[in-house]
Design a protein around this ligand. Structure first.
Ligand SMILES: [Zn+2]
Length: 354
């Protein structure tokens, strides 16, 4: 090949490269593109997954991995912010969202937490402090099959359970033609007081159906396996839901208070007070049993009793009371909620006693 031809070829290759980069840039900036994520609006599952990979590329301390697969073979994504890799004494805070499909503000809030907690620009000094003390593992959509189902249209928007079924369940569904007879309530399927108060096991057509047996579901199995594998590092496990504006401690299955109730309440009260300072939101603090309603087989009761995780919380976020918007909050309220919860999580973590 002559020298002139080689120069021309290199020129053409450079032009192609510049053209590709320009295309990628335009594609990333376009909010309507199939991949870009807009934190001010609810986002479908594929955009959440793509954003996790994008954030994982922003630091060698960030990684995305899967803790398991669902009934419909979707990945259960988890994101780790590995702040204390060089320390012997690791302390991890695990947060999950979206166990209940229709509670759309939960995955959005988890993603907002991730965005802010992965920001190492040092703009927020308290986040800087947290980054020195804790690793974070965030599971933004614990029930992706259900979440994807709620995005199909108005008829399915208020779906709560996952999308699994047993042969018996399918028989009942075919006989009754009641779509509610499919699926299991992921947050009633853990092996702590399974099938107790608020967790029906005899009729799969209930929205809170607890499953064929404890840990019958892929999502609860995967979360339990992951938490168990890292139990010595986990100082806190937080599960985000809506609604009710309550920051709750175990127990859900009994009226009894847990042994460390005063300490759990102290931290939760500081967190909710700091949230009130932002936009005036009112949260109450108490046991899940008293503040929500009796509920058995929950992940927080299980994590507290079986893994002895020191600070287990279930937070029911906005709104305060039931309305026709309970699960259909406008995007602007979702965004405010996410900002408040970040504030609460920061205050919570900075007040842990080790
Ligand atoms: Zn929920």
């Amino acid at each position: 090949m002559t020298h002139r031809r080689i120069v021309t070829l290199i020129g053409v290759m450079l032009l192609i490269q510049v053209g590709c980069n320009k295309f990628i840039k335009v594609f990333e900036d376009d909010n309507d593109s199939p991949f870009s994520y807009d934190y001010k609006f609810y986002q479908p599952f594929h955009k959440i997954a793509n954003e996790l990979y994008r954030l994982s590329d922003t630091s060698r301390r960030h990684s995305v991995f899967s803790i398991g697969k669902t009934f419909e073979k979707r990945k259960l994504y988890a994101f780790k912010i590995d702040n204390t890799a060089d320390k012997d004494d690791r302390k991890t805070i695990v947060i999950d969202c979206g166990a209940h499909a229709r509670e759309w503000i939960a995955p959005s809030t988890c993603m907002y937490l991730l965005k802010k907690l992965t920001d190492n620009s040092k703009k927020d000094k308290r986040i800087g402090k947290l980054r020195k003390r804790y690793d974070f593992v965030i599971i933004p959509v614990l029930n992706p099959d259900g979440y994807v189902h709620t995005w199909k249209g108005n008829a399915t928007r208020l779906w709560r359970k996952n999308r699994s079924f047993t042969k018996d369940q399918m028989k009942i569904f075919l006989k009754t033609k009641n779509p509610l007879c499919i699926g299991v309530d992921v947050n009633r399927n853990f092996d702590k007081a399974w099938g107790g108060p608020g967790a029906p096991v005899n009729n799969p057509c209930f929205e809170m159906f607890a499953g064929a047996h404890a840990f019958s579901e892929k999502e609860s199995q995967a979360l339990a396996k992951y938490l168990n594998s890292t139990r010595d590092d986990v100082i806190s496990y937080v599960s985000l839901h809506n609604f009710g504006q309550v920051w709750t401690t175990p127990w859900g299955f009994t009226k009894k208070e847990p042994a460390v109730y005063d300490e759990l309440k102290r931290v939760a009260s500081l967190a909710t007070k700091s949230m009130k300072k932002m936009f005036g939101v009112n949260y109450t603090v108490g046991t899940s049993h008293d503040e929500i309603y009796p509920n058995s087989g929950s992940s927080t009761d299980w994590a507290y009793s079986k893994l002895s995780i020191k600070y287990p919380y279930l937070i029911e976020m906005r709104p305060k009371t039931a309305s026709n918007q309970s699960f259909l909050l406008p995007d602007a309220v979702m965004y405010r909620n996410a900002q408040e919860i970040l504030e609460g999580i920061k205050t919570m973590a900075l007040n842990f006693k080790h």
